[in-house]
Design a protein. Structure first.
Length: 94
């Protein structure tokens, strides 16, 4: 992962919730420069986090984040749980 940062490698999707990575002061900052934020909650229907938005809305969110449809994109978060949601949706969208 480190080798691709800043080298023209794949774009990065991050779940970054604040200066310390959302850990309330318990962890070091986790932002990778150049990464874009795409919160998993934004991919779900408001008020129903168990249901994802429709395909067109999801595609629009990924497009707004300027993520390419071809090539490699890296999704990451603190432990991988939230990143896996972004990964799954990205794979679904193709």
């Amino acid at each position: 992962m480190v080798a691709t940062m800043g080298s023209g490698g794949p774009p990065w999707i991050e779940e970054y919730t604040g200066e310390d990575g959302g850990m309330g002061g318990m962890a070091h900052p986790g932002h990778i420069p150049g990464a874009v934020q795409l919160y998993w909650e934004d991919l779900t229907v408001p008020g129903n986090p168990a249901k994802f938005k429709d395909r067109e809305a999801l595609a629009a969110l990924f497009e707004a984040a300027e993520l390419p449809r071809d090539g490699t994109t890296v999704s990451y978060c603190m432990i991988g749980l939230r990143a896996s949601v972004n990964y799954m949706i990205g794979r679904m969208l193709g």
